[in-house]
Design a protein around this ligand. Structure first.
Ligand SMILES: Nc1ncnc2c1ncn2[C@@H]1O[C@H](COP(=O)(O)OP(=O)(O)OP(=O)(O)O)[C@@H](O)[C@H]1O
Length: 338
């Protein structure tokens, strides 16, 4: 088993709305290991980005409770100066939209150089230029010397995302967080970017947290998966177990709602309703119960906790034991991600 890199304990991230704080990340505990891709998957609004931003210390107005242990210290409450040193050095982040992550007025080479300079002020301009060219090569940019002097708008979306990745890995981070890194890109480019992230992880041994709502991406990339619903982790398992033996009704519904070759003959499942907004989240009992109303209330735990049902396979609430899809055809449908 890979060594632990980050340990998150009882992390709660709350935003102020009106006079009250509401938790978007609610008592999340997780570990990220070296040399693994941990996917965090869930619908829009489930709290994935809020969790990623909490690990990176990027929230400016949120209330953070709990701990994030990295390198022997709790980084959840570090002062900004110490956090800045970690960010961009030991912790790197790849953002969703490359265009808004880059400065439109600065050539891309200088943007990468800036990050190296910030963390290595003693390196000469010549050494840094060499590092930038090496990085551009590493992320698959053709003609790196030429590309160094281009502005973001002169590059395609895929090339811009490669620049964002170059910035994120410039100082060889030990933890890389990729927040929906391919959502803004064409399908043909998506795979190339995912392959690049995977290769960088294999080369560096970094731990990667990959945030996505796309289970196809998860199947392609992840070593382990944490499924998030309404601010909570509802299931954690290695990728093989998750795809073959998912238990939580939410995970099973997500898997069953993917159009795939295997599902062609059977009915796809449509998850009823939407993730409730922060103010309207049911904070008591199983948060998913409103979306599976055909399951007897008694099947849910009053205070759902995570249960380890097999080594490394955790499921929240007991309702999974009684869960079935309302339609028998859905029950028989099998997931086939190719
Ligand atoms: N700064 C904020 N202030 C108030 N509420 C917020 C803030 N940021 C996020 N939220 C709310 O927190 C919840 C979780 O949002 P988050 O962006 O983390 O979800 P997500 O799973 O990453 O969704 P998406 O895939 O759409 O990015 C949502 O209800 C969102 O509206």
């Amino acid at each position: 088993m890979n060594e632990e890199l980050v340990r998150i304990e009882h992390l709660t991230t709350s935003f102020r709305i009106g006079d009250d704080y509401y938790a978007a990340v609610d008592d999340v505990s997780l570990t990220v290991r070296k040399n693994e891709i941990l996917a965090i998957v869930g619908e829009s609004g489930s709290g994935k980005s809020a969790l990623a931003f909490s690990i990176m210390g990027l929230h400016t107005r949120a209330r953070i409770e709990g701990s994030i242990f990295y390198g022997g210290q709790d980084i959840a409450h570090l002062p900004p100066s110490k956090l800045n040193r970690l960010r961009g050095n030991e912790l790197g982040m790849i953002f969703q939209d490359p265009l808004s992550a880059l400065n439109p007025l600065m050539v891309v080479g200088s943007q990468i150089d800036e990050v190296i300079l910030l963390h290595h002020p003693k390196r000469s301009a010549k050494e840094r230029k060499r590092s930038v060219i090496d990085l551009l090569e590493k992320v698959g940019i053709p003609r790196p010397e030429h590309t160094y002097g281009l502005f973001p708008h002169e590059l395609s979306g895929g090339m811009r995302q490669r620049i964002v990745i170059a910035i994120a890995i410039a100082n060889e981070p030990k933890l890389l967080i990729a927040d929906e890194p391919t959502t803004a890109l064409d399908v043909t480019i998506q795979l190339q970017i995912l392959e690049l992230i995977k290769r960088l992880k294999e080369d560096s041994g970094a731990g990667v947290v990959l945030i996505t709502h796309d289970l196809g991406v998860v199947a392609e990339m992840a070593d382990r998966v944490a499924v998030m619903y309404a601010g909570q982790i509802v299931e954690i398992a290695d990728i093989y177990t998750l795809l073959s033996d998912a238990r939580h009704p939410y995970t099973r519904s997500l898997l069953q709602s993917i159009p795939s070759a295997g599902a062609a003959k059977s009915k796809l499942h449509v998850i009823q309703g939407i993730v409730p907004s922060l103010q309207h989240l049911p904070r008591q009992g199983c948060r998913f119960r409103g979306r599976i109303p055909w399951i007897d209330e008694a099947a849910h735990e009053e205070q759902p906790t995570m249960h380890e049902i097999a080594p490394g396979h955790f499921v929240r609430c007991t309702c999974h034991k009684n869960f079935r899809f309302p339609n028998r055809k859905e029950e028989g449908a099998r997931l086939a991600i190719t």
